[in-house]
Design a protein around this ligand. Structure first.
Ligand SMILES: Nc1ncnc2c1ncn2[C@@H]1O[C@H](COP(=O)(O)OP(=O)(O)OP(=O)(O)O)[C@@H](O)[C@H]1O
Length: 314
């Protein structure tokens, strides 16, 4: 996979697996409250990352740290190996789409593109115009008169036309109806395929992420609870159903992330990590959905699914 050096426009080789974003011992404190604590993770280049977590988990803080807008109280952030706050080269490779979409209502779409071109040396005007033409968004309309979905697409177009190697988006799907969310995710996917960029996006709408995202980061109470390849995570968890009286025996053999029990029946979401879920015919096993996995971990904040330290560096 290849990308482009944001400063020089020179094509650079990018090996799938190189780290696009790496945080080490990252923490941010606002007065007495730690918004983020001891956050260490590594996101391989070329991934599309879903950052999920409940309100106040620290997602916006994490994203703003990743693009150098917030100074860490502790720890460090590296983007493509460079410390983000000390490297103009690293900053030039990043595009950030903030939660309150950075558009000017009184500008026409054309004026918005002109503004983007003025601010960004690596601006790709052809890419911007082609995207908007494909989406049937009229260039002469004032941004404030477009629908929410169209405004989201214009904001995404401006972010992508900067030709970033890392695109960071804070809740790009907020306030959109299901069809508009689908359209935004589809056009994001097309841009990823075309450019090979790494994307990190936060969202509360987990079902919308499963077809586009291939890496999950789950933040809870300011800490990283889960980070990993989504297919690997799904393969490493199962839902078991069987007699309630035997549930403790299962729990003794593998981590139970969430469970519900009646007098007779138990349903356990377990981390199997490659083991056969159960040899006992009284238990049935099935795979988990991304949403089940996320909800189970959120309800069980003391459990974590993180790569071993050696893997975190790969
Ligand atoms: N500028 C600030 N000053 C003080 N506290 C802040 C500031 N920004 C964030 N916080 C606090 O830090 C914590 C994390 O906030 P953050 O906005 O990062 O969470 P979030 O996961 O993005 O939430 P949401 O899903 O509601 O957008 C919260 O307790 C919040 O109140």
């Amino acid at each position: 996979m290849t990308g482009t050096d944001g400063m020089t426009g020179t094509p650079i080789a990018r090996t799938y697996g190189d780290s696009a974003l790496e945080t080490t011992g990252l923490g941010v404190r606002y007065r007495r409250t730690w918004a983020l604590r001891d956050c260490s993770l590594s996101i391989p280049a070329g991934r599309v990352v879903a950052l999920v977590g409940p309100n106040g988990a620290g997602k916006s803080t994490f994203l703003r740290l990743a693009v150098g807008l917030v100074t860490p109280t502790r720890g460090s952030v590296r983007v493509f190996g460079e410390p983000i706050r000390q490297s103009a080269a690293a900053l030039a490779r990043v595009s950030f789409l903030a939660q309150d979409k950075p558009l000017y209502d009184g500008f026409t779409v054309t004026e918005m593109l002109r503004f983007g071109r003025h601010l960004n040396p690596g601006w790709d005007d052809d890419l911007a115009r082609e995207r908007l033409a494909d989406l049937d968004i009229p260039l002469n309309r004032k941004v404030g008169t477009l629908s929410g979905g169209q405004q989201a697409q214009v904001a995404l177009t401006v972010a992508v036309a900067k030709r970033p190697d890392l695109l960071v988006m804070d809740e790009p799907l907020a306030n959109l109806d299901p069809a508009a969310r689908h359209d935004v995710m589809s056009s994001l996917m097309a841009a990823v395929v075309e450019t090979g960029m790494t994307v990190v996006l936060s969202s509360h709408v987990v079902p919308d992420l499963k077809d586009t995202c291939d890496w999950l980061v789950l933040l809870n109470r300011g800490q990283v609870q889960v980070s990993g390849d989504i297919d690997d995570l799904l393969a490493a968890h199962h839902v078991l159903s069987g007699p309630a009286g035997l549930a403790d025996g299962v729990a003794a053999r593998m981590p139970v992330i969430s469970e519900s029990r009646s007098d007779r029946q138990a349903t356990l979401l377990v981390r199997t990590d490659g083991r056969t879920p159960s040899h006992d015919p009284r238990w049935s096993a099935r795979g988990v959905t991304l949403e089940e996995l996320v909800v189970a971990y959120l309800r069980s904040p003391d459990d974590a699914a993180l790569p071993r330290p050696a893997l975190a560096l790969s």
